[in-house]
Ligand binder design. Structure first.
Ligand code: ADP
Ligand code: MG
Length: 454
């Protein structure tokens, strides 16, 4: 068993080397000349500062970026935030259909939501959390560079997603909604935590995919083409999931990683993401378990159709299995039942648990490499990292593993905290929209003076 899963175990030096690689990629992405060939794109957002707490009003938000699509209604009133939200399903045929179908569907969901909340007659500013790699050219202009995480809608790459949304809203003609800001979920997480913690300077996602953003000094952003007014900083959406797309992670990839990539809808892309995030972790474990079984090392060699089915071993199983703390293996056996495995021993439970822990530990350590690289790069004394995503939220050890690894990798004396972000995608979008709305209102008053980007 150990021989077959050993490739998941990386040495301390490997993680150190990976951190140096990540740092190099950050700098390459930030440089004006080097960015075009960089895989980690380091997109400047148009969000320059954390909230000051004075944001208020009612806002609509959309959260699209992986497993669930949500529409939210958020009320900001100083530190008080209330929200209502509803999850709407995006059917598979729409996820891989046309852009027009996707945005018509989104507009229809907005209509339903507004109708249910008796808002059809109101005009409420909307913030759009759109969590795919985008080049932003303004606070409410974001050009999709490529789909990730199972989405592949025709005719959207290279287009401004806010324009597509506005067109779909216009096609319907029965709602009065204007999108004032488009942000990434990493920025949403950062903004929503910064609302109560001024040290928050990194937003991290560990959900369907993985990504991070952080606050960078303008002088380090070769790509920056906006103004150099105060604050001389901007949030950078790293899009670090693409690390490794040039082969720089090949020295740590396993055969299981290669298979996951090969059967994904975006082969060769998002290599780092595929080694870490929720969309892929269960599948990595399943492939390893299948391999052990085929070698007669699990379940007496006898599997099930479920265990042999791609995507059928959910990442939540990893959390459940690792949550077993005694020899009753209650959760593990439950998972085996769900997979229609008929005969299993306590030894099988122990092996499955071991495989899960190797894969999740590697994921947590790999994510730590990215966070430590950011912390070392920013070189601030105290930094709070806002973390969102079901993988981090529900896995029993992810937080502790990350704290341990980041501690090992950061410069001595540096202090950091990992803080769970609650509903960052909604609250963060509302906060950014509130600021955009205030700026717009004040612009209307002083017509034309001190222009806002976009
Ligand atoms: P998104 O990233 O799309 O906003 P989430 O943060 O909810 O959505 O993350 C969804 C991902 O989290 C899925 O890939 C799913 O497999 C994974 N996930 C869901 N529940 C758990 C759990 N209990 N433990 C680990 N991963 C989970
Ligand atoms: Mg999310």
């Amino acid at each position: 068993v150990e021989n077959l899963v050993r490739p998941f175990i990386l040495k301390d030096e490997d993680y150190k080397r990976l951190m140096d690689i990540m740092l190099g990629e950050f700098n390459k992405g930030l440089g004006k000349e080097t960015n075009p060939t960089a895989k980690v794109k380091m997109y400047p957002t148009y969000v320059r500062d954390v909230p000051d707490g004075s944001e208020n009003g009612n806002f609509l938000a959309l959260d699209l970026g992986g497993t669930n699509f949500r529409v939210l209604l958020i009320n900001l009133n100083g530190q008080e935030v209330t929200m209502e939200s509803k999850i709407y399903l995006i059917p598979q045929h729409i996820m891989t259909g046309t852009g027009e179908q996707l945005f018509d569907h989104i507009a229809e969901c907005i209509h339903k939501f507004m109708s249910n909340h008796d808002l059809l007659k109101e005009k409420i500013p909307l913030g759009f959390t759109f969590s795919f790699p985008c080049k932003q050219i303004g606070l409410n202009h974001a050009i999709l560079t490529q789909w990730t995480k199972g989405f592949k809608c025709e005719g959207v790459e290279g287009e401004d997603v806010v324009r597509l949304l506005h067109e779909a809203i216009k096609r319907r003609g029965d709602i009065d909604v204007e999108c004032l800001a488009v942000i990434n979920d990493t920025v949403g997480a950062l903004m929503s935590c910064a609302h109560s913690d001024r040290d928050c300077a990194i937003g991290l996602i560990l959900g369907t995919g993985t990504n991070a953003c952080y606050i960078e000094k303008l002088e380090n952003v070769g790509l920056w083409d906006g103004d150099y007014n105060e604050p001389k900083q901007v949030m950078i959406n790293t899009e670090w999931g693409a690390l490794g797309d040039d082969g720089c992670l090949d020295f740590v990839k396993t055969e299981y990683d290669r298979q996951v990539d090969k059967h994904s809808i975006n082969p060769g892309r998002q290599i780092y993401e595929k080694m870490i995030s929720g969309m892929y972790m269960g599948e990595i474990v399943r492939l390893a378990l299948e391999k052990l079984r085929k070698h007669g090392l699990l379940f007496g060699g006898k599997g099930s159709e479920e265990l042999s089915t791609r995507g059928r071993f959910y990442t939540k199983y990893v959390s459940e299995i690792e949550s077993d703390v005694d020899d009753h293996f209650k959760n593990t056996k439950q998972v085996f039942e769900e997979l229609a495995l008929e005969k299993y021993s306590d030894e099988d439970c122990r092996i499955a648990q071991y495989v899960c822990s190797l894969v999740s530990t590697r994921a947590a350590f790999l994510a730590s490499v990215g966070v430590a690289a950011l912390l070392n790069k920013m070189d601030r004394q105290d930094v709070t990292v806002a973390v969102d995503g079901s993988l981090y939220r529900f896995h029993p050890h992810f937080h502790d593993l990350m704290v341990e690894k980041i501690q090992q990798l950061v410069k001595p004396g540096m202090k950091f905290k990992l803080m769970l972000s609650h509903d960052g995608s909604g609250k963060g979008a509302a906060i950014v929209t509130a600021v955009a709305n205030r700026l717009r209102e004040s612009e209307k008053e002083s017509i034309g003076e001190n222009g806002l980007e976009n």
